[in-house]
Design a protein around this ligand. Sequence first.
Ligand SMILES: Cc1cc2nc3c(=O)[nH]c(=O)nc-3n(C[C@H](O)[C@H](O)[C@H](O)COP(=O)(O)OP(=O)(O)OC[C@H]3O[C@@H](n4cnc5c(N)ncnc54)[C@H](O)[C@@H]3O)c2cc1C
Length: 463
Amino acid sequence: MTWDVIVVGGGIAGLAAARELEKAGRSVLVLEGSPEVGGKLKRADVAGHLVDVGAEAMLNRRPEGVDLAAEVGLEVEHPVLARSRVWTRGELRPLPRSLMGVPQDTSALAASGILTPAEMERVLAEPGLPPLELADDEDVSVGELVDARFGHAVTDRLVEPLLGGVYAGHARDISARAAVPQLIRMAKEGSLLEAGRASTDTTASTYQAPVFAGIPGGMGLLPERLAAGLTVRTGAMVRGLERGAVGGWRLLVGPASHPEWLEADAVVLATPSHPAARLLADVAPVASRRLDAMEAASVAVVTFAFRAQDVRALDEMDASGFLVPPVDGHRIKASTWSFAKWGWVREAGAADGLAFLRTSLGRHREEEALQRSDEGLVALSRMDLHTAVDLTAEPVATHVQRWGAGLPQYAPGHLDAVAAVRADVAALPGLAVCGATYDGVGIPAVIASAQRAAREVLAPAGV
Ligand SMILES: Cc1cc2nc3c(=O)[nH]c(=O)nc-3n(C[C@H](O)[C@H](O)[C@H](O)COP(=O)(O)OP(=O)(O)OC[C@H]3O[C@@H](n4cnc5c(N)ncnc54)[C@H](O)[C@@H]3O)c2cc1C
């Protein structure tokens, strides 16, 4: 049979695109190379409970994620506590209000002790600097921009841990236009500090909605629920893509020993950049080269189940975890206290007297940090938890999830690269791309890119 659309990749992007296309009445097949759908949305059994071992939250202030969950009958839950600390200069310190680390509340920043008095003075001098001069076609890294306005310490101790949490990347290698475009706009108009203070005032009154949402039972439920309403083949690695003899597309699936060709009028590529680059090599060489040049960071998530009584001191700290700036030389880059952050996680563990928390390790171009056994990553995490919060108890269970090339890096010029990929792909009728590579790595942005790809192949020239 010839499908209307074949979607390659069964992560949240591929599944969201497939759902849009099915809603439009098209016959859709999703091909997922691994044994299960979901990609970075995944649950695993830790001490007899299913908890997220990939993404665990989504932005609530964009509609795409929460709307999609509602469509498939999943309720969302907001964090009970979303108050992260920064582990720096030997202590867990409160994280002051900021826009991706750029200070918005200087009194709270001064009180936190994250910066020295001299570094603080440099921050307070920022309004005296002239506005940023940057042509519309120029880009700058977030780190360079913040260094120039506030000095290195703000980048190192505030921006790095926050960007590290989202991209597992380094602030001085990440595009400001792609990651935090508001910073460029504000810096071109004048002082970032003054703009930040003003937005703090309006934030209190305008944004009553919680910033994040999760799904009771785990974000991993979202792909499972989506896939249940779709036609999906798992264990179906797509190895080739070519134009059909009379229009449409042919896809080569399966191992070299049992090759199989499938046909579709249209194809949506919802894989990370390197698999997409390989599949596009012959049909869209410009897009392929651009995708091939994009880098990604590998990370690992270590999940711990502790006896609840062993984390009582953490429970009393009124925090949902902490972020770690690379400048302090520790091994973990964050710890999320899931038992304190999510009501459903606390309840799940409570029945057995357990409390779940996780650590994450790995930053862009620091793959060697992950070249250890699972036991090694658990041991490193425990050493840092010991030093940071004096947690020395033996865990009841641990789980290590590695995400090789798990987070795409948006280098300066990323928006131009994406535009070039899309232009090359758009020249081929019935072909579109989507996923975390393009318009943002967060779940709502990824879903938005999927919905866009569905519209592109449904457009008049498509199906
Ligand atoms: C550890 C971690 C924590 C995160 N936490 C959050 C969070 O809390 N909130 C948030 O908003 N975002 C978070 N993110 C980011 C977010 O989860 C991802 O950006 C998003 O899930 C990516 O979805 P995707 O569908 O684009 O890609 P993926 O999830 O990578 O899915 C792509 C799929 O394509 C398949 N595939 C690849 N090649 C082929 C092929 N040739 N043929 C067939 N199938 C193929 C893969 O097996 C995979 O299943 C996190 C990411 C990581 C790694």
